[in-house]
Design a protein around this ligand. Sequence first.
Ligand SMILES: [Zn+2]
Length: 422
Amino acid sequence: MSSKLKIYMYYLIYKHKKFKNRKKLINYQNRKIIKQLKFIRKHSKFYKNYKTNNLKDYPIIDKKIMMKYFNELNTIEIDKDEALEFAIKSEKDRKFKGKLNKTTVGLSSGTSDTRGVFLVSDNEKNKWAGYILARYLGNDLYKGCKIAFFMRADSNLYESLNSKHIKFVFFDIFKPMEENIKKLEKFKPNILVGQPSVLIELVKKKANICPNKIISIAEVLEKSDEKIIKKFFKKDIIYQVYQCTEGCLATTCEYGTLHLNEDIVYIEKEYLDKNRFVPIITDFTRKSQPIIRYRLNDILVESTKKCKCNSCFTALERIEGREDDIFIFLNKNGENIKVFPDFIRRCILFAGDIENYRCVQQTKENITIYIDCNKATKEKIYNEFKKLSEQLKFLLPKITFKDYYYDNNKKLKRVESFVKEL
Ligand SMILES: [Zn+2]
């Protein structure tokens, strides 16, 4: 079967798969988990000595463990060093269409210290493409539409879907924006897909397009950025795909709520407080590099309200950021006080109408804010931090202001900490 047909088949499967209630979903997940566990016991050396169908008996792993046992974990006998070398070469040459043993190998673009390499088979790719199309295109697939894709790596996957009704055009984010905008204005997309920093760039450059649907990918969509994008493109909803190399974890429904994709992943929640949790994921769709009880370092915030769409999939209030980006300050007894990224964000946004900023923690006593604003706003930001330090009882760090700056080659992170808890 051609890749195009397979994607279409998965599109139909996921489009029509509906769950009446949570109980039905859980039964479905349990069946999928057992099937997946059977598969990995048979094909992954890492799991061969496990005997049970009870997921909780399997170890929780993370990126470090995944990389350490890469060779034992993957089911297609790919060697880590070979895979790394291959992925680095593709990245350097900016040629992404090559394959190792019929498998796509990529470097994960995460920011943590451990360099990650991931494997995706053609069938897994087709499944994801079908899933995303089912979630976001619905019946538009038949009506016809033009989709503009801003990505860092060219992928022939979606372009292979081009037909009479549907047209995908790839825009390379490494090309000058002016050039991309010219091409974009000529193309007039119905659907615009890109990471938030690219969407913001299109707003700043006043791109003359009016897509029906905007889909944000790859980076965390900050509420402040979302507001700016919505306003410029006159949209009520910015759709999101919360996806990492570990899987496609959440998508936005027609009411603008982000829901976990619990029909393809099972998610255990490690709670940090009442609503915040770190997801531990088990993916039913991954066979080449199994994802079983994989702990991400993201912080998600569960919604307390039921979504109008009536979906039985967990609704999220937002994706707060990386667990690594929790700021750590000291209290007067020299103990660590953890501050969630959202509190840091609010200190800056409460100070006024701020478009661009980055707040970086270098040490427990020092933070730097990259921002272009006047003295009065800086004072306001300082006061917000002072208030927060009093509320949470930590010693106010030294705050240095610098001109706004961000490296285009990296993912945009507005709140970032280099302080690690040891
Ligand atoms: Zn919903």
